[in-house]
Design a binder for this molecule. Structure first.
Ligand code: NAP
Ligand code: G4F
Length: 345
């Protein structure tokens, strides 16, 4: 049985990827951080199903605690490592630049250094990002396009990307960069714009929220479905040689277009509910992202299965169900009302 370590297993991608690896027959070891409130909600069902058999194992670790990472690798002797953990919110990276940089950079080099000294070949996946491109070029971006990071988050991802490539070339490691464009799902964090919108749509439809405040409506993103993208991660790690891969849909839409589609799914006009505030604009913005996934399509035989319209529908449906549950609790006075979703980003 192959063993995989997944850092950041409690995040959106960690949840989809661990499910996929378990289905493929892997023994999965995921890292979680200690927090004052329990933070495993995205993987609770996987824990319930697979922890007792040892197919899913959780370990306390932090990217800043190098001993926790290297001990894990020594003890588990994994076949594959997926480094997904990061402070992944771009706007927050301007407010916590040092923490974002430390987590974004130290984790990758610590893991690569540990892998380098093991006696077996361990494949390494680094979660690179389309944010690294910077968003000035109005055209499609591929593995050769230049990076021009616009945030501490993106700058830290450029470091991790480069060091992964460096270790591949210098020490002949099977070290892979997945340059993933934005990917979303019902499990997306609620402060990213797509989920912030679909959550508000659900709550507005149920009468428990009255408006939605956003930032730059003109930003354009190549949005895919997270379930499809973790499939690409897995395929990269099975390919004959390690490489850098762009994973994207090849279509881009503005935040305004996403909002329009999400509100129209419940027969509402987005303009009646959406306002903007300077609070949600960033000090430096990535305006336009469009990926060219030709290389992954050709060599990995990967393509996205969920379209933009299906993605929006999936997220809205999920958030309507969530809002119905919230409305019931409110009716029974088991929780207090929050008229606008109390998100901060
Ligand atoms: P996410 O939902 O924000 O999950 C991030 C994970 O990292 C969580 O499990 C989080 O733990 C963990 N983490 C954060 N700081 C940590 C630290 N110091 N030590 C250990 N763990 C830490 O992100 P995601 O959307 O799944 O994305 C996965 C990876 O892909 C990230 O590296 C992200 O930057 C990158 N990426 C994402 C996208 C996208 O569109 N989703 C696109 C390109 C690249 P807690 O649950 O305790 O917070
Ligand atoms: O949803 P976002 O916060 O995602 P962003 O900044 O593109 O980053 C995500 O995708 C990256 C891949 O390109 C990942 F590497 C990263 O970890 C993360 O998963 O913002 C998308 C766009 C931005 O242009 C932002 O300015 O939406 C704009 N936006 C407009 N109003 C907003 C809001 N973003 C957020 N979070 N909240 C708003 O109210």
């Amino acid at each position: 049985m192959k063993k995989a370590i997944v850092t950041g297993i409690s995040g959106q991608d960690g949840s989809y990827l661990s499910r996929l690896l378990i289905d493929k027959g892997y023994e999965v070891h995921g890292t979680i951080r200690r927090s004052s409130s329990i933070n495993t909600s995205r993987i609770d069902d996987i824990i319930a199903e697979h922890e007792s058999s040892g197919r899913l194992n959780l370990h306390y670790s932090d990217l800043l605690d190098s001993s926790s990472l290297s001990n894990l690798i020594t003890n588990i002797q994994p076949d594959e490592i997926y480094n997904l953990a990061a402070q992944s919110h771009v706007a927050v990276s301007f407010k916590n630049p040092i923490f974002t940089t430390q987590t974004g950079t130290l984790g990758s080099i610590t893991l690569l250094e540990s892998v380098r000294y093991l006696d077996k070949e361990v494949k390494f996946y680094q979660a690179s990002s389309s944010e690294m491109y910077g968003g000035d070029f109005i055209g499609s971006l591929n593995e050769e396009s230049p990076f021009n990071p616009k945030s501490p988050y993106a700058a830290s991802k450029v470091f991790a990307h480069n060091v992964t490539k460096l270790y591949r070339e210098t020490y002949n490691l099977f070290a892979v960069n997945g340059i993933l464009f934005n990917h979303e799902s019902p499990l997306r964090g609620e402060t990213f714009v797509t989920r912030k919108i679909t959550k508000a749509v659900g709550r507005i439809a149920m009468g428990i929220q009255s408006k939605l405040t956003l930032g730059n409506l003109d930003a354009s993103r190549d949005w895919g479905f997270a379930g499809d993208y973790v499939q690409a991660m897995y395929l990269m790690m099975q390919y004959k040689n390690p490489d850098d891969w762009v994973v994207a849909t090849g279509e881009t839409y503005t935040v305004k277009e996403f909002a329009e589609k999400a509100f129209s799914a419940v027969n509402l006009n987005w303009e009646d509910y959406v306002t903007t505030s300077e609070k949600y604009f960033r000090p430096n913005e990535v305006g336009y992202l469009l990926g060219d996934p030709s290389k992954a399509r050709k060599n990995l035989k990967w393509k996205p299965e969920v379209s933009f319209d299906q993605l929006v529908q999936k997220m809205v449906e999920h958030d309507i169900n969530q809002a119905k549950k919230e409305a019931t609790l409110l009716k029974e006075s088991l929780i207090s009302p929050t008229w606008e979703n109390p998100v901060v980003n």
